[in-house]
Write a protein that binds this ligand. Structure first.
Ligand code: EPU
Length: 334
């Protein structure tokens, strides 16, 4: 176990906010976590790679971080196509994707290069290029933060929805995820329908999951800023879902508007609306809108959380005025 007081979180949030935690503890096993639980006082925040967080200021409590490692085949039945792979919550997400691709196991490749760690990816139900974490998760293992008991969540119990889960809602702060089990395929079924995956792959024959991973990496690198170079937390906003009526009336005014039919309505890309409002590549103080993907807010260097929030609020107001749609941050503000 590693423990620090008045610890700088600068390296633990990709937005690059220089804030401090009163206490910071990193544990390496479920046993260490269980030992730690009775010592916790006041507010507790569990973080992963800090790639979806915006700290508003110092955190006057304990920040916990899992360093539970390990990626292994948990179950493989002879003659069956599915394989269960179990990963520790503290594994870097993309390392798990790379491991699966190297072992010829399909299912994770479209989620290549998403920043963050395994535990948080199951809380946030990360998604990209037509795949969400919930599509590949078979089970989530967690520890009850009150009683220290282990609980196994079947995927249906996790209440997964777009960037949502029970761990962000009803059970917020109640459980710490320790392992996630994924259901992967020995004979991968490629998902190439989203956006420009096919055009990036070109007319290659016999496309493999390694090719898909590389194409996704190329697309992401071209569109999304590298947090090591420019602080950011990926998509700052969620894509709103509007009613069919609202969509049809908007489509009359904006025939070029991209959209996706989803359960309960039509999803409109917030990035497109922000772009239409003229915000792409613009800034307010030291908080900016990425010049290649307007859904991403960036720290242009030394931005305070107030500057980022001011930009967020201004964008929300402009989108509401132009399109009559409320957009909401995807980033968790602490
Ligand atoms: N668009 C614009 N201008 C922009 C941004 C987007 O016109 O500045 C248009 C695009 O041309 C496209 C549509 O909007 O027609 C959608 O854009 P894109 O495919 O880039 O995806 P997105 O909806 O903006 C979502 C996820 C991303 C994920 C991509 C790809 C959310 C909040 N974001 O973005 O996730 O990588 O799809 O699947 O759902 C993240 O969550 O951090 C993240 C990066």
């Amino acid at each position: 176990m590693k423990e620090y007081q008045d610890y700088s979180l600068l390296k633990h949030n990709t937005f690059g906010m220089d804030v401090k935690a009163k206490r910071y503890v990193e544990y390496r096993s479920e046993r260490e976590l269980k030992r730690l639980i009775p010592t916790l006082q006041g507010e507790v925040l569990h973080i992963g790679g800090g790639s979806n967080l915006l700290f508003r200021g110092d955190f006057d409590g304990t920040v916990l971080h899992s360093a539970i490692k390990g990626i292994e085949i948990a179950e493989e039945v002879e003659g069956e196509d599915e394989v269960l792979v179990r990963a520790g919550a503290g594994e870097v997400w993309d390392d798990v994707v790379a491991w699966a691709v190297a072992h010829g196991l399909g299912g994770l490749e479209n989620l290549s290069l998403i920043p963050g760690e395994v535990g948080a990816s199951a809380v946030q139900n990360i998604g990209a290029y037509g795949v969400e974490a919930k599509d590949v998760i078979a089970m989530v293992e967690a520890i009850d933060m009150q009683r220290g008991e282990k609980r196994y969540f079947a995927t249906v119990e996790c209440d997964y929805a777009y960037r949502q889960s029970i761990f962000k809602n009803q059970l917020k702060g109640k459980y710490a995820i320790t392992y996630v089990v994924y259901r992967l395929q020995k004979t991968p079924v490629l998902k190439l329908e989203y956006g420009n995956i096919r055009s990036v792959l070109g007319d290659q024959a016999n496309v493999t999951i390694a090719d898909v991973r590389q194409a996704i990496i190329d697309i992401r690198n071209a569109k999304l800023p590298d947090p090591k170079v420019q602080g950011n937390a990926g998509s700052f906003f969620m894509n709103p879902v509007v009613s069919r009526e609202k969509f049809l009336s908007l489509q009359k005014d904006y025939p070029q508007m991209p959209y996706y039919e989803v359960e309960g309505g039509v999803k409109i890309p917030a990035g497109w609306m922000i772009d239409q409002c003229g915000w792409k590549g613009k800034a307010l103080g030291r908080a900016g809108v990425h010049d290649k993907q307007a859904l991403v807010l960036v720290n242009l260097g030394g931005a305070t959380s107030d500057e980022i929030i001011r930009l967020c609020d201004t964008i929300c107001k402009d989108v509401k005025e132009k399109f009559g749609i409320d957009i909401h941050p995807e980033v968790n503000m602490i």
